[in-house]
Design a protein around this ligand. Structure first.
Ligand code: HEM
Length: 447
């Protein structure tokens, strides 16, 4: 951790009476520690400075970070805005609903959300669409004998989203290529010259948007590829104040971005946990043998409590979205603390997800905390998906997808008489920001 902080920045500084975490580097601030060792950075700051402190996100400026679980409720506060997200990532998230507030947000979200609820997903046959893709992929892993897990889950989760959009199998390589170029916009320096990441990323975004615009036209002409795009287009067209196609296209692109890395990371962690904890694997195999086939509808998920617990506990211990940025529109009160209007806030989901204030034995990976619970899931139990108006739209989709994935993995490997085994160390190479994921190099064997 010490190597990730600037040893020359030791001054005790205050901004608006709140301490600034020491150790920021010029230009990049605390980003090295945020990206590579966020849990320890937050714990150390809490221990030495208290529950509220400033972190320096380099180009994205200072954000007041509050590790008191009460700060989670700020995500539901009417005077807390998401517009800061657009300022941090204008090229990727500008004009999308995740960066909007109030009426504009509600209108765009209302037009999309029904397609992502269990009924919408079932009617569009998404589970039936995904099951063969997942089965084929885990069978290929079995045939190969070992895989670099994050690379594989990243490819699989992107393929699933592309299929969700109705992109035909033969077009997938082109889409994968353009999507990788699009992601360069996350890190691209703001220099717009031929061959540089900003120019390439923008060109990829324009290509993707042009394809999505064609999908929308096809949907209107009733030649849509999947029910899901169809449903979204007709819901948009039905909305009271007609929304422009630009809004629709930007939000379909948001679905690609929102559903890819997060799902890939969680899938990879699931396999890693199954590989390093044989008891989990045995319990999952028992369940898979009992259900006998990959579930395809939400109604079937109740038959898979172990897979569901694995999904929830993996996300709790390894939340894919670690920090959410917000801006206070008015002066806010948080416990004894006054937060001035205009303050940039950081809501540390990662810290809450493994907080002893919210979970018993938070560092232990325990399926029992889900299997033995009798009360319904509360917002705080699924805080890894946010809360309030922006709570993740993909929650039901990813729940279905990851249960399908677990069951397919267990059925395929068990049939072949093998189980997942960890072939490399897990601790080095983890990343926590902008999304969290295990090391790119972790290999899993099936033997
Ligand atoms: C494990 C997987 C996932 C995790 C951990 C996750 C996490 C989150 C979180 C924390 C938010 C709240 C953002 C905020 O409040 O600023 C969010 C929003 C969102 N997610 Fe997910 N997500 C996942 C999967 C998906 C999938 C599969 C999709 C769609 C295909 C998706 C689409 C979205 C969208 C569109 C929003 C914005 C909603 C809004 O602003 O109203 N997510 N997600």
């Amino acid at each position: 951790m010490d190597m990730l902080l600037n040893p020359l920045d030791r001054r005790h500084r205050l901004r608006y009476d709140i301490p600034v975490v020491p150790g920021a580097f010029p230009l990049v601030g605390h980003l090295p520690a945020i990206v590579c060792d966020l849990p320890r950075l937050l714990l150390r700051a809490e221990r030495t400075l208290g529950s509220c402190f400033w972190l320096d996100f380099g180009p994205a400026g200072h954000q007041m970070t509050c590790v008191d679980p009460d700060a989670f409720a700020l995500l539901r506060h009417k005077d807390v805005s998401s517009a800061l997200i657009e300022e941090i990532a204008p090229e990727l998230l500008g004009g999308t609903l995740v960066a909007q507030d109030g009426g504009a947000h509600r209108q765009a979200r209302d037009a999309i959300k029904a397609a992502f609820l269990p009924k919408g997903l079932t009617e569009a046959g998404i589970g039936d669409l995904f099951a063969p893709v997942i089965r084929a992929r885990v069978q290929a892993w079995r045939d190969r004998g070992d895989v670099t897990i994050l690379r594989e889950t990243s490819d699989l989760s992107l393929t699933l989203i592309f299929r969700l959009m109705g992109i035909p199998a033969q077009d997938l390589p082109g889409w994968h290529r353009k999507y990788r170029q699009l992601l360069q916009l996350i890190v691209a320096p703001r220099v717009d010259l031929p061959g540089l990441p900003l120019r390439r990323g923008r060109a990829a975004r324009d290509w993707i948007d042009a394809q999505l615009r064609q999908f929308v036209r096809d949907a209107r002409a009733h030649t849509a590829r999947t029910g899901l795009i169809n449903d979204m287009v007709s819901a948009f067209d039905r909305s009271d104040d007609a929304l422009s196609d630009d809004v629709l296209v930007a939000n379909i692109r948001l679905l690609l971005l929102g559903g890819h890395d997060t799902t890939a990371s969680t899938m990879a962690w699931m396999v890693i946990e199954l590989a390093r904890q044989p008891v989990l694997w045995n319990a999952l195999v028992e369940e898979a043998k009992r259900v006998g086939a990959v579930p395809t509808r939400h109604a079937d998920l109740a038959q898979c409590p172990v897979a569901e617990a694995l999904f929830r506990e993996t996300l709790r211990v390894h939340p894919a979205t670690t920090l959410l940025p917000r801006r206070a529109l008015q002066e806010l009160q948080l416990g004894q603390r006054r937060i001035p209007a205009g303050t940039h806030l950081c809501i540390p989901l990662l810290h809450f997800s493994t907080s002893a204030l919210l979970h018993e034995a938070p560092d232990q990976f325990r399926l029992a905390r889900w299997l033995q619970r009798t009360e319904p899931i509360r917002p705080v139990d699924m805080l890894q998906f946010g809360t309030g108006p922006h709570v993740c739209i993909g929650y039901h989709l990813v729940w279905l997808e990851l249960v399908q994935f677990c069951i397919a993995l267990a059925l395929t490997m068990h049939k072949a008489g093998v189980r997942p085994r960890l072939l490399s160390g897990v601790e080095k190479g983890r990343r926590y920001y902008p999304t969290a994921h295990p090391s790119m190099t972790i290999r899993i064997g099936f033997s």
